[in-house]
Design a protein around this ligand. Structure first.
Ligand SMILES: Cc1cc2nc3c(=O)[nH]c(=O)nc-3n(C[C@H](O)[C@H](O)[C@H](O)COP(=O)(O)OP(=O)(O)OC[C@H]3O[C@@H](n4cnc5c(N)ncnc54)[C@H](O)[C@@H]3O)c2cc1C
Length: 390
């Protein structure tokens, strides 16, 4: 059956635009529908990534998208203890997320994809080896539909998200090289408040947490620190882990819509972006060969890269939800009295942080911290420790 397009992408953000670029580069006919009136806006993300992430998704770290480079992270406990991690080896960048999305749109359209903004996909129906995709203005058909519509498109029952807010703040208390993380289970249950500087007088300040009144918490934080919020945005962070199946019939889910954001931090540019790239490549392969089953390879490829890491992050997520402020302070004390931070600075990996972090900790330190958190943490970590040979 003849279709209007080879692939229709629902959502013109990082994962959808990367999928579109890959399919169009392989010579296929691609359409992207984006609900918002402008690619990249409103900006709901703070753009903290590693240089390695940009390499993996094939985007050059140009000065038009990189706002800042980070050298260290300082973590603050609820009781005022601090722990510093040197991040120089990990080459961490702060992206202008709007411009980054625009760059991806330029790459996708340069490869031949057609992008239509201000078009909300209302419905899709699968029929005879194709998908009919309906917006208010039209109905179009394609061999494949890529669901890249973010957290709102997570399947029912898999909507595990946290309330978040991000402010742009002018102030005089940031260190341009330093990302700061503040833990406080009363103010941001299960998550934290973050400060990501972009200049010495401007930072992206955000908070997320279970049931948190995000604007109130951030207003109080900024008031206590000093400064003024010149922009406020509410958003949702995806923390539930990958959905059960990325490929269902002729619909392929990527990015936040597939739960491809890290369950601990909600960071999804790398893992969701790679999801978009892989989905695009496997769809192109299936279109070239005429074999729809080739698309299944996308799911396997993504899980090979991220499955183990995300499994561990999900366990850590469950622990984070249970920690109280006293336990967090005790963990900070345990970390301060060991060589853990030095090892993490050298061995850790920004994009696969949990496995690298566990390796850096070593068994002795893991057991010390685990005894603070809860006995059942040990049981959940044991199989992983055996596999990593520690
Ligand atoms: C406050 C905050 C800060 C973050 N900071 C970071 C960070 O520093 N580093 C990091 O790696 N990650 C961060 N993330 C996570 C990151 O933003 C997401 O993982 C990433 O944007 C997911 O990309 P996506 O393309 O899958 O979905 P999204 O970026 O959510 O995009 C989905 C797109 O689909 C469109 N859409 C939705 N429904 C429809 C429809 N029916 N029809 C047409 N279009 C539709 C939306 O308008 C949107 O443009 C942050 C998230 C939040 C909320």
């Amino acid at each position: 059956m003849k279709t209007d397009f080879d692939a229709i992408i629902v959502g013109g953000s990082v994962s959808g635009l990367l999928a579109a670029r890959e399919i169009a580069e392989a010579g296929f006919n691609v359409k992207v529908f984006e609900d918002d009136l402008e690619i990249g806006l409103p900006e709901r993300c703070d753009g903290l990534v590693s240089l390695k992430c940009l390499e993996a998704i094939g985007v050059a770290p140009t000065s038009s998208i990189v706002q800042n480079r980070i050298k260290r992270a300082v973590l603050h406990s609820p009781g005022g203890l601090t722990a510093e991690i040197n991040a120089e080896r990990q080459k961490v960048l702060v992206l202008d997320r709007s411009r980054f999305d625009r760059e991806l749109a330029k790459m996708a359209s340069g490869a031949g994809a057609d992008i239509e903004v201000g078009q909300r996909v209302a419905k899709h129906v699968e029929e005879n080896g194709s998908v009919k995709v309906e917006t208010e203005a039209s109905a179009q058909t394609a061999r494949w539909m890529v669901n890249a519509a973010g957290y709102s498109a997570l399947p029912r029952g898999e909507k595990s998200t946290l309330q978040a807010a991000k402010f742009e703040v002018y102030g005089d208390w940031f260190d341009r090289d330093t990302v700061e993380i503040y833990f406080d289970q009363k103010k941001a249950p299960g998550y934290f408040t973050w400060v990501i500087p972009i200049h010495s007088d401007t930072a992206k300040v955000g908070v997320a947490g279970l049931g948190v009144n995000q604007f109130k918490v951030l207003d109080e934080f900024v008031k206590a620190k000093g400064g003024v919020a010149v922009k406020k945005t509410a958003a949702q962070i995806v923390v539930g882990g990958p959905i059960e199946r990325f490929v269902s019939g002729r619909v392929v889910s990527v990015g936040d819509a597939a739960g491809q954001a890290k369950p601990t931090t909600g960071g999804g540019i790398y893992s969701g972006g790679v999801g978009g790239v892989l989905a695009g490549r496997y769809i192109a392969e299936s279109l070239s060969s005429g074999d729809p089953s080739k698309v299944e390879g996308y799911e396997q490829a993504w899980r090979n890269l991220f499955g183990r890491e995300f499994g561990l992050l999900l366990r850590i997520r469950k622990i984070l939800d249970r920690l109280d402020n006293d336990k967090i302070d005790r963990m900070f004390k345990a970390v301060a009295s060991s060589d853990i931070l030095g090892k993490i600075s050298v061995e850790s990996d920004f994009d696969h942080h949990s496995v690298a972090f566990l390796k850096a900790l070593g068994l002795k330190n893991i057991f010390q911290i685990a005894s603070i958190v809860a006995g059942d943490l040990l049981d959940s970590l044991r199989p992983l420790l055996k596999r990593s040979g520690r």
